[in-house]
Design a protein around this ligand. Structure first.
Ligand code: NDP
Length: 284
């Protein structure tokens, strides 16, 4: 079997076209969606992510503002900027690019963002709402994964889903969304004994670990849907996922590539959350 490849660029382009229309409608009603991005330090990967997010905003007509701070900035300066953005009616989404330099308490910074502008879905209030099955903002990467599954018409009801990784950004919200979609969910992490035992039972396998090619074809159930969230840089500079694509695609029925799978969907869902936030603000 050779798996069908789930192309995140193609689906993103389709979704972004409808987001562009919605943004234009809101702008015509006097509420142009606006996103503020805060970047602290000179992490090269973060700089690329921020640049891509700003470019994506421009392409769909979302107003964007970038606030850059040097790595040694005192946390209070960033907190003050967040407070100003919380009060700014032109801004509907605030994103703090992670990771932050060591003098920052990340939780404190994420909690400082108004829960109503927390388009990353990292604020405790929004995590709680998601856990209750009543989300305000869904964090962008798991949201993108759910959109990919839904676009393929994959029903999760009663399926065995296995999530490898339990981070607050990907693994945990992914788990909550899969439970919400009535899958039976197993969560694996660094202390899991016999990872392959679990992954081989998965009808839907989501890998979010950060270890290049660690999930190999022999760890996958024939016909499984394999979603690779990982983004890893190899010594030759190329990107790869947490799944060994070459061996996995011979076993899976559907698989996301890296790059070009979940990555573009993450940015698309950030745009969706920002536009949704503007929509809510305009309805007030
Ligand atoms: P974290 O480092 O925060 O979490 C990694 C998780 O993997 C942890 O829960 C860890 O377990 C688990 N883990 C580590 N080693 C193993 C192992 N040997 N077996 C099973 N589980 C293991 O990473 P993130 O969740 O932030 O990101 C994961 C990957 O996804 C990264 O490659 C990242 O770059 C990528 N990513 C991609 C995005 C996209 O848009 N496509 C967006 C966000 C992230 P424990 O909790 O026990 O330590």
């Amino acid at each position: 079997m050779t798996a069908k490849i789930l192309d995140g660029n193609v689906l993103s382009a389709k979704l972004r076209e409808s987001l562009r229309h919605r943004a234009a409608e809101l702008a015509a009603q006097g509420c142009r969606p606006g996103l503020a991005v805060i970047l602290v330090g000179e992490n090269p990967a973060s700089q690329v992510y921020v640049r891509n997010k700003i470019k994506a905003c421009e392409a769909v007509g979302v107003h964007s503002e970038k606030y850059e701070f040097p790595a040694d900035t005192p946390p209070q300066q960033v907190l003050d900027r967040i407070a100003a953005l919380n009060a700014d009616p032109a801004i509907h989404g605030i994103l703090v690019q992670l990771p932050l330099p060591p003098q920052f308490d990340e939780d404190e910074v994420l909690e400082a963002v108004s829960a109503e502008k927390d388009v990353d879905g990292f604020h405790a209030e929004n995590v709680g709402l998601l856990a209750q099955g009543n989300p305000r903002f869904i964090s962008c990467t798991p949201y993108g994964v759910m959109e990919m599954l839904s676009a393929e018409g994959i029903s999760l009801r009663g399926k065995e889903a296995v999530v490898v990784g339990r981070s607050n950004i990907v693994g945990k919200p992914m788990t909550l969304l899969l439970i919400g979609a009535s899958a039976t969910v197993t969560v694996c992490h660094s202390q899991t004994k016999d990872l392959a035992f679990h992954t081989r039972r998965a009808d839907v396998l989501v890998a979010a670990v950060g270890k290049p090619k660690m999930i190999t074809g022999d760890m996958i159930q024939p016909g499984a849907v394999v979603i690779d969230v990982g983004i890893n840089r190899l010594p030759d500079g190329k990107l790869c996922g947490d799944v060994d694509f070459e061996s996995a695609k011979e076993v899976a029925s559907l698989i996301t590539p890296v790059p070009g799978g979940v990555g573009p969907m993450t940015i698309t869902m950030l745009l969706a959350n920002t536009i949704e936030s503007a929509d809510r603000a305009s309805a007030k």
